[in-house]
Design a protein around this ligand. Structure first.
Ligand SMILES: Nc1nc2c(ncn2[C@@H]2O[C@H](COP(=O)(O)OP(=O)(O)OP(=O)(O)O)[C@@H](O)[C@H]2O)c(=O)[nH]1
Ligand SMILES: [Mg+2]
Length: 199
């Protein structure tokens, strides 16, 4: 799939703020600072489209982007698991993410991002289980893989597969927003989803 155009649509905190569900959607979820916004920017070749930051917890809203003039929408969900955020704010984020994933009828698939250097957290595991429970098509992406040697990545790959644990049939894509590794592989998955019909 070739992405020729990407434009910010709107930000929302609840379903009332979502844009009309007229197009297929692909959402990106993962803990704060894992690289969601950087990945979206790399996929669409636009450095500043989704705001990135070295300060965790930057994306606090659900951000919708229109891809290829109404072909589909990409949805940048707020990052979970940032410890320094007050409990009530964290609960609100959880609700925001869950509300979106559960209710959005045009959702065709979710990209779950994990940091390639770390063992998946309890929240990562929970999110992954939850996606399976609701039968949302899922691809797991290990981000920042440029920070690992091939050897280290080989090790981490088995740690991630074992810890989640990764379901047979689910892909684990090594990704780097720095080098572009994994971009074509991920775009191929998105293409299938956009052309799919969910039960
Ligand atoms: N080396 C390297 N750094 C990355 C990569 N992806 C993201 N980063 C860095 O990681 C930090 C967080 O990236 P973001 O894309 O803002 O992460 P996010 O998941 O959107 O974070 P929140 O919006 O806070 O949830 C930034 O400093 C990025 O430059 C990558 O592939 N390689
Ligand atoms: Mg972000």
């Amino acid at each position: 799939m070739k992405i020729t155009d990407a434009a910010f649509v709107t930000s929302a905190v609840n379903p009332g703020g979502y844009p009309p569900g007229n197009f297929p959607e692909v959402a990106f979820v993962g803990r704060s600072n894992v690289g969601k916004s950087s990945l979206i920017n790399k996929l669409v070749n636009r450095k500043g489209l989704a705001k990135t930051s070295s300060t965790p917890g930057r994306t606090q809203l659900i951000n919708f982007f229109n891809i290829n003039n109404d072909q589909f929408l990409m949805v940048d969900l707020p990052g979970y698991g940032y410890a320094k955020v007050p409990v009530e704010v964290r609960a609100k984020w959880g609700k925001m993410i869950e509300g979106y994933l559960k209710e959005r009828e045009t959702l065709r698939g979710v990209v779950l991002l994990l940091d390639s250097r770390h063992t998946p957290t309890a929240q990562d595991k929970q999110m992954y289980e939850w996606l399976q429970y609701y039968r949302v098509p899922t691809v797991v992406v290990a981000t920042k893989v440029d920070k690992l040697s091939n050897n280290q990545w080989a090790k981490q790959q088995s740690v991630i597969k074992k810890t989640l644990p990764l379901v047979p049939g689910h892909q684990l894509v090594a990704f780097s927003a720095e080098t572009g590794r994994g971009k074509d592989e991920l775009l191929a998955v998105l293409k299938d989803w956009v052309h799919s019909v969910r039960e």
